[in-house]
Design a protein around this ligand. Structure first.
Ligand code: APR
Length: 249
């Protein structure tokens, strides 16, 4: 479907949901999970580091990976996609941003009430007792020469501090998941941007929107098959800027 036709859908939409994955932050320099990594982390598979078992088996490696990502995010700026998504609030009656990302680039671009399905890099907690840990700014503690970094210890029970993200095998935060489901079930236009759509239950949301009669638009530089009712807009996430300009000038 041409961009101008999608822009028309946007003009007419009453409730727009923007569902994002790692690809929306790629143009800010944050690597995605399933595109090949380069440099320091190229020999690791992020999916292998994203479990409680992986953390328990090698806390330093797992903590080092998430601290490296946290540093990348701190150094990054929101890109044109984050900004265009935030700008939607000025043009459409009810935009809802639901993200799988654990960075804060949507918020820094100006989006409000962002629903984080997979937690946040900014909310580490004790793996044993759950006590929240206040993050320090990165310093020379970061894994610069190697990948491992000993996690801090809990002030309450001396357990290891783990990243505040949702790992494989863990439940999504209940309120975020239920807000995501409600938004997907009530919207009339649903954008799925920069996600491989392979991680459930998050990947259910586009299906939920489709089932409820919404138009679903996938934005991705890599083309994949979609059903006849869905729309594919091929391009990087920043094509959202073009779309918002085309719809609202
Ligand atoms: N713009 C838009 N999309 C892009 C861009 C870009 N510039 N660059 C890459 N992509 C696309 C890729 O083609 C791919 O479809 O972004 C997607 C990234 O996919 P994943 O790395 O699988 O990220 P995501 O879908 O967010 O992963 C889901 O998996 O490990 C977990 O918890 C983690 O939240 C994450 C979840």
């Amino acid at each position: 479907m041409p961009l101008t036709t999608i822009a028309k859908l946007l003009q007419e939409a009453r409730h727009v949901v923007v569902f994002t994955g790692a690809g929306v932050s790629a143009e800010s320099g944050i690597p995605t999970f399933r595109d090949a990594l380069t440099g320091l982390w190229s020999r690791f598979d992020p999916a292998q580091l994203a479990t409680a078992e992986a953390f328990r088996a090698d806390p330093g490696l797992c903590w080092g990976w998430y601290e490296w990502r946290r540093l990348k995010v701190l150094q990054a700026q929101p890109n044109a996609a984050h900004l265009a998504i935030a700008e939607l609030a000025q043009h459409v009656p009810k935009p809802t941003v639901v993200t799988q990302n654990v960075d804060d680039l949507h918020e820094r671009a100006g989006s409000q009430d962002v629903i984080h399905l997979h937690g946040s890099l900014r909310a580490p907690r004790c793996i044993d007792c759950g006590h929240a840990h206040v993050t320090s700014l990165p310093s020379n503690e970061l894994p610069v020469d190697g990948c491992r970094l000993e996690p801090p210890r809990c002030a309450e029970c001396n357990g290891y501090i783990r990243p505040g993200v949702v790992w494989f095998g863990e439940m999504l935060p209940e309120s975020a998941w239920s807000a995501g489901l409600t938004a997907a079930g009530n919207c009339d236009l649903f954008f799925s941007i920069g996600t491989s759509g392979v991680v459930f239950p998050a990947a259910e949301l586009p299906l939920r929107a489709l089932g409820a009669g919404a138009r679903v638009v996938h934005v991705n530089p890599v083309r994949f098959e979609v059903s006849g009712q869905e729309v594919f807009l091929q391009g990087p996430a920043s094509v959202m800027q073009e779309l918002v300009e085309s719809a609202f000038g």
